[in-house]
Design a protein around this ligand. Structure first.
Ligand code: NOJ
Length: 513
């Protein structure tokens, strides 16, 4: 386990929309470098940068054309190496986004793979052996290449699946995940990882990490076995490199695939989803943090506790304020609700991730026209709002050239840092505490003291007691005399813990010591 992870608080950067320094209307590496002090000042000490490689951008860069070359619109490879170096000087670690499951259809490997004559890359992707052949249970494409076959997709049409084999091959064209062909693909991906790790990158967020082996068994044993090989390489040659999976199944990703961290994603109805974005549940949005909804912390705990208890020895579950695929929480929660929600997420065990702009309450623009395959996700990817000046300080380019329109009436770092009790200032204060209290670090003990409907939610982190009440009415509960009387270390709203009784005002969050 990389030593720095237990102290890490990540900041996710969608590079297109972060900060434009060359006035072309799109963010760049220099922009990230210039804002490292801002990120540090907020209390974050690690970055995840969404894919910044050469790409036709049909899926915002998740369609990689060249894994070893950055997209010119962000700068040069040298600029990215410089970003690593300057970030390190400031105590910031940097994860890139690894997209191992597919490439762009414009990747050289794919172009070679589609040729009629056999070559080194013929088996790099999953091809049938006849131009009309289908692929049961999977999307596939024919008619695009000279090769007499059809190929499997991993996501969009522009993203052919790389070949890591099948768990149980049933057709002559299917390779086993243990075959030399699958092994060659894995080696190629390890080579990509080495390339960046050798140049100062600190690890990877791994896209669709569970998607490698096709028709895998229910435990994803084939895919997990491949990731274990990657972890062996890291443990041996890059012991301080960190890997976080887009998987959202910690039993598989942490216990079996040996990732260091796994995202707790917004999957309909899971524990995380019931906290912030319960809008798909029939009967309406009963997110725990909505003050006037019928929220129930038991729904979260029922899902989270077994995941946490059964995987905490292997790695960390990562809570997110949001990511580039999910509507920002401003969509359904107001500022007071978000303060309590983020304070809770940032004091949970594991390594947290803050999505750029969430700290200032950027909006989700629901009706934004799609950009680079974003569709409904586009409204979560608008330019960062830095100041109250032109284009909210994101870029000096003409409005018509901006990557996406700026939300002119929205908040900015300038406005939110000036407002004493803003979400931004609250998060900053809380992160300062998290960074100084060992009991709030990723690996500190966690136990639920009280987790029942209509009661305050009370949990322990090491020797700290944390209590939350998202409702509009005050609550109190007896926790037990052994808990005694404690001092307030951090407070949103109001609350006390005296003689084992916790009392919380409406919409309050308190850390007691
Ligand atoms: C998950 C990424 O987060 C998403 O943005 C992307 O579209 C798909 N994977 C495909 O790579």
């Amino acid at each position: 386990m990389p030593k720095w992870l237990k102290d890490a608080v990540f900041y996710e950067i969608y590079p297109q929309s972060f900060y434009d320094t060359n006035n072309d209307g799109i963010g760049d590496f220099e922009g990230i470098i210039e804002k490292l002090d801002y990120i540090k000042d907020l209390g974050c000490n690690a970055l995840w940068i969404n894919p910044c490689y050469d790409s036709p951008f049909k899926d915002a860069g998740y369609d990689v054309r060249d894994y070893k070359k950055v997209a010119a619109r962000y700068g040069t490879n040298e600029d990215l190496y410089r970003l690593f170096k300057i970030a390190h000087e400031k105590g910031i670690h940097v994860l890139l986004d690894l997209v191992p499951g597919h490439t762009s259809e414009e990747h050289e490997w794919f172009k070679a793979s589609g040729k009629a004559e056999k070559n080194e890359y013929s088996d790099r992707y999953i091809w049938t052996e006849f131009w009309l052949g289908g692929i049961a249970g999977h999307p596939y494409i024919g008619g695009e290449c000279d090769r007499n076959g059809t190929y499997m997709l991993n996501f969009f049409k522009c993203q052919p699946a790389l070949n890591y084999g099948f768990f149980n091959p049933t057709e002559p064209w299917q390779k086993s995940y243990k075959s030399p062909e699958a092994k060659a693909t894995l080696e190629a991906m390890k080579d990509v990882m080495r390339f960046w790790l050798d140049r100062g990158c600190d690890g990877f967020r791994v896209d669709m990490a569970d998607s490698l082996v096709k028709d895998d068994d229910k435990d994803k044993s084939g895919t997990c076995s491949l990731w274990r090989e990657v972890r062996e390489m890291l443990d041996k040659d890059y012991p301080e490199a960190a890997m976080v999976s887009e998987w959202s199944n910690p039993w598989q990703s942490l216990n079996s695939a040996h990732f260091h961290m796994d995202f707790y994603l917004d999957h309909g109805g899971n524990g995380y989803n019931t906290l912030l974005r319960d809008y798909e549940t029939p009967g309406g949005d009963n997110s725990y943090f909505k003050k006037d909804a019928d929220g129930n912390i038991e729904r979260f705990l029922k899902d989270f506790l077994p995941k946490y208890n059964e995987t905490k020895k292997s790695g960390y579950i990562s809570f997110l304020t949001c990511n580039h695929d999910t509507p920002r929480t401003t969509h359904t929660l107001d500022e007071a609700e978000r303060k309590l929600a983020f304070a809770t997420l940032l004091t949970m065990p594991g390594v947290p991730f803050i999505y750029y702009g969430d700290e200032i309450g950027m909006k989700y623009i629901a009706d934004m026209p799609t950009k680079e395959g974003g569709y409904t996700r586009t409204g979560t990817r608008t330019p960062m709002q830095w100041t109250e000046s032109v284009n909210k300080g994101f870029s000096k380019a003409d409005k018509s050239k901006l990557y996406l329109p700026v939300e002119e009436n929205g908040p900015s770092v300038e406005s939110e840092s000036a407002r004493k009790d803003s979400l931004y200032n609250t998060m900053k204060e809380l992160l300062k505490l998290r960074n100084s209290e060992e009991d709030l670090k990723a690996d500190a003990d966690f136990a639920v003291i009280l987790g029942e409907k209509d009661k305050p939610f009370v949990y322990k982190r090491g020797d700290l007691t944390i209590a939350v009440n998202p409702k509009e009415t005050a609550v109190s509960a007896k926790l037990g005399t052994d808990i005694g009387t404690k001092k307030t270390l951090f407070v949103i709203g109001e609350g006390t813990l005296e003689d084992g009784t916790v009392k919380l005002g409406a919409q309050s969050f308190v850390i007691f010591k």
